[in-house]
Design a protein. Structure first.
Length: 100
């Protein structure tokens, strides 16, 4: 639960927290699943021909879950950086000043 509260604390307001809480639950779940899948072998080597290798179901599932995790984190990061008053974040202001 501490990972969930850590992510919730980084959101700007209560409305955003309540809206993003289901996504954060999914992110925490995906982190746990990815951690467990990393313990499994990702490649199966043929007994008859050691040159033949095949991805295991764990490797395929890891790849799919990692993509879901990355997409979820992108959505969460955009919610963390969003300001209600329409102002740019400090990082965006810095980039705009450097580009000008």
């Amino acid at each position: 639960m501490e990972r969930k509260s850590e992510l919730l604390e980084q959101l700007p307001d209560d409305a955003t927290r309540s809206m993003m809480e289901p996504l954060i639950d999914d992110i925490v779940f995906l982190e746990e699943m990815l951690h467990n899948l990393r313990k499994l072998p990702f490649i199966r080597i043929s007994d008859k021909d050691p040159n033949r290798q095949k991805a295991t179901p764990a490797a395929k599932q890891y790849k799919e879950m990692l993509q879901q995790y990355n997409n979820s984190m992108k959505v969460l990061r955009s919610a963390m950086n969003k300001n209600d008053d329409g102002d740019d974040s400090e990082l965006r202001k810095w980039f705009k000043n450097r580009a000008a």
